[in-house]
Design a protein around this ligand. Structure first.
Ligand code: SF4
Length: 81
């Protein structure tokens, strides 16, 4: 699954690194490094990390199962005429 962290929003709280250390890691005090192509089996941990991010900086999209992408702000926009 694909993962995007909005590093402009990220405040380096490290909640994600705590909850999904296989995917996120802090590099220094504030900068976050992460694996943008996380393993499918880490989905559950990722969902926790997405939910725990205080600034909703993490978006996970994937070969979708049923349901919605956790933590995604309603940003779907159709260009209807
Ligand atoms: S939990 Fe959110 S704010 Fe904290 S390091 Fe992770 S992405 Fe950044």
């Amino acid at each position: 699954m694909r993962l995007v962290v909005d590093l402009n929003k990220c405040q380096g709280y490290a909640q994600c690194a705590f909850l999904a250390p296989d995917v996120f890691a802090m590099h220094g005090e504030e900068s976050l490094v992460y694996n943008p192509r996380a393993e499918e089996e880490l989905r559950e941990k990722l969902a926790h990390a997405v939910a725990a991010c205080p600034v909703q900086a993490i978006t996970a999209e994937g070969p979708a199962g049923p349901g919605h992408t956790p933590g995604e702000p309603g940003q779907e926009r159709s260009d209807g005429r």
